[in-house]
Write a protein that binds this ligand. Structure first.
Ligand code: GAP
Length: 575
């Protein structure tokens, strides 16, 4: 069959799925265009994602700008830390991702090595571009964000978003009100993200502009039991935990219930979204035998994250590819934005029953503070109200300076109050999907070449839900009213919201091959019997079986076949 990646890319370009962007100007690595079929398939993939997260989970979708001000990315830590390790070949001048060069030479976990460690590792390895051996090479950080300026005069720095997540975090206070101030709640976003990848050579796997579908689920930090965990408690899938990776063992087949009980997965929320992700990817057409979940190693995991798992999909060309990350990010993002913006980023959570507490209240004595602190007396009084005095006075800080205020400057009253609840900073569970990587792997897993009557048949076994064209309509001949009837049938299918494509070009066998190649799951043929009997043949792409169907039932049956309420085998048995 040759190299499957080359075959898919050739098919994708020729038939209008995907091609390099702006080819007439030579194209730049990391940018692709979705052609007519690719754009259609992408929308379908995104809409199935929406079905899972927006309709079934009930998390509303928002849409934020792709350009963000510098404040956002200073607070999130991207300005300081969103960088890859880069080196430049001293011989040919090519910029290279240092960890990728090391990985290509069998160095394990190269992505977690420091710049100094990578420098040592790279010495003696050949440059992947010019093959000259590196003698001395420096490795440094390269920030992946695309920088821009906002408005004329270049006064305000901005960045193209490197993830859609930050829009959801910065909208937290408004979303909280939208969800009537109650946890848990979630919001999702599907859109473009941008990363100035150092030397992207992996087609759709590493892009500089790509589509993410992210959900941010805000939960009480002490309530990490998912209310609908029972849905996936027995869902059993391959989990490649830290221990299995360290001992070079195979992934464990485990139910979500067992994985949480044994502490393999940190909590029910993370487990729930691992299982949901598995179900979603398989629904989209990822081969379950080529899908596993890998836990981040402690060195690889962000320091604030409690647990993080990647859905990895196997590709013949690229090996195991990370397509989705599922993380418990704790309160890191909300805390960072609260600190930088001064907004609350917390939720008032009422207690089941109000609690009575006794507390000390400091009452400043302005008569004593005035002469002692003069202009600063008001600031000292304000600071005292929030202070916790000890036996030797109360320690306060004003303009960075610490003062001990003697006890004669204030009085302490004890009071009993009723407390109705507390302010809580939620934790965030984040399933984050890369749509382009998923689309590439769906195409790869769907691609097959088989032999039909001594000829190679290229076929994309796409699921009917994601196939761009759902049914092809062929008149046996483009004459004798067969073409008129085929046009009428095409229109009636389109009225039923089915994407039907009329085709009368060439021999019928050729037309089947063309549709098989783009993954059209069903084809309808109108022949002379159709004119007499008002019946047509319906052909199934995968089995190549055919069944005769009354025209009046066609649209309903095709809709049922697309949404899976009936199968071709059922149709065959009932015909
Ligand atoms: N908010 C978390 C986040 O962005 P990530 O692991 O950096 O996490 C999530 O990205 C997903 O986005 C990845 O699992 C991958 O599928 C996709 N992705 C990341 N960088 C990409 C790139 N350069 N090209 C294509 N997809 C990419």
């Amino acid at each position: 069959m040759g190299d499957i990646y080359d075959n898919i890319i050739e098919l994708a370009k020729r038939r209008g799925y995907i091609w390099p962007s702006a080819e007439c100007y030579g194209s730049v690595a990391g940018f692709i265009d979705y052609g007519p079929l690719g754009a259609m398939m992408k929308r379908k993939v995104e809409n199935i994602w929406r079905y899972f997260y927006v309709i079934k989970e009930g998390y509303y979708e928002i849409e934020c700008p792709t350009v963000g001000t510098e404040d956002i990315y200073l607070a999130s830590g991207h300005v300081k830390g969103f960088a890859d390790k880069m080196c430049q070949c001293p011989n040919c001048g090519e910029y290279l991702r240092a960890d990728h060069v090391a990985t290509a030479h069998g160095i394990e976990n190269a992505e977690i090595l420091s710049a100094e460690e990578l420098q040592e590792v790279l010495k003696g390895l050949p440059c992947p571009s010019c093959k000259e051996v590196f003698r001395d090479i420096s490795v440094f950080d390269f920030n992946l964000m695309f920088q821009t300026t906002i408005g004329p005069g270049s006064q305000r720095k901005g960045y193209l978003r490197p993830e859609t997540a930050q829009g959801i975090f910065t909208d937290f206070n408004r979303l909280l009100r939208f969800y009537r101030d109650k946890l848990p709640f979630g919001a999702v976003q599907i859109g473009k993200s941008y990363r100035n990848e150092i030397s992207p050579r992996q087609g759709m796997i590493r892009l500089r502009e790509f589509t993410q579908a992210e959900a941010e689920i805000f939960i009480h930090p002490e309530h990490k039991q998912h209310p609908r965990f029972a849905v996936y408690a027995d869902y059993t899938i391959p989990l490649w935990g830290i221990e299995q990776q360290e001992t070079h063992s195979e992934p464990l087949m485990s139910s979500m219930k067992d994985a949480v009980a044994k502490g393999l997965i940190a909590n029910e929320y993370v487990a729930y979204y691992i299982a949901l992700t598995h179900e979603l990817l398989v629904t989209l057409g990822v081969n379950p035998a080529k899908l596993r979940f890998r836990q981040h190693l402690p060195d690889e995991r962000a320091h604030y994250a409690v647990d993080c798992w990647d859905a990895e999909i196997f590709s013949e060309r690229f090996g195991w590819v990370e397509a989705v990350g599922i993380a418990d990010r704790t309160d890191y993002d909300l805390r960072a934005h609260a600190k930088a913006s001064g907004d609350s980023f917390s939720v008032f959570v009422p207690y089941d029953k109000p609690q009575t507490v006794t507390r000390k209240r400091v009452v400043p004595d302005m008569g004593a503070l005035g002469p002692k602190f003069r202009k600063q007396a008001k600031a000292v009084a304000d600071a005292l109200i929030a202070a916790e005095p000890g036996d030797d006075g109360a320690e306060i800080t004003i303009d960075g300076e610490t003062h001990i205020i003697p006890a004669e400057c204030y009085k302490v009253h004890e009071e009993t109050i009723e407390v109705r609840g507390e302010d809580v900073r939620p934790h965030v569970i984040e399933p984050s999907y890369g749509i382009d990587r998923i689309i590439y792997t769906i195409l790869e897993h769907a691609y097959e070449e088989d032999d039909v009557d001594g000829e190679v048949r290229k076929v994309l076994h796409l699921r009917p839900e994601v196939a761009p064209v759902q049914v092809a309509v062929f008149p046996l001949m483009a004459r004798d009213n067969l073409d008129d009837m085929a046009h009428e049938i095409t229109t009636s299918l389109q009225k039923a919201h089915i994407l039907a494509q009329y085709d009368d070009n060439g021999a019928i066998g050729r037309r089947y091959r063309r549709q098989d190649e783009i993954g059209t799951p069903f084809a309808v043929t109108i022949d002379y019997e159709s004119l007499e009997e008002q019946t047509v043949t319906l052909r199934d792409r995968d089995s190549m079986e055919q069944v005769r169907i009354p025209v009046t039932k066609l649209a309903g049956l095709i809709s049922d076949l697309i949404d899976g309420t009936t199968t071709f085998t059922d149709l065959n048995q009932n015909s």
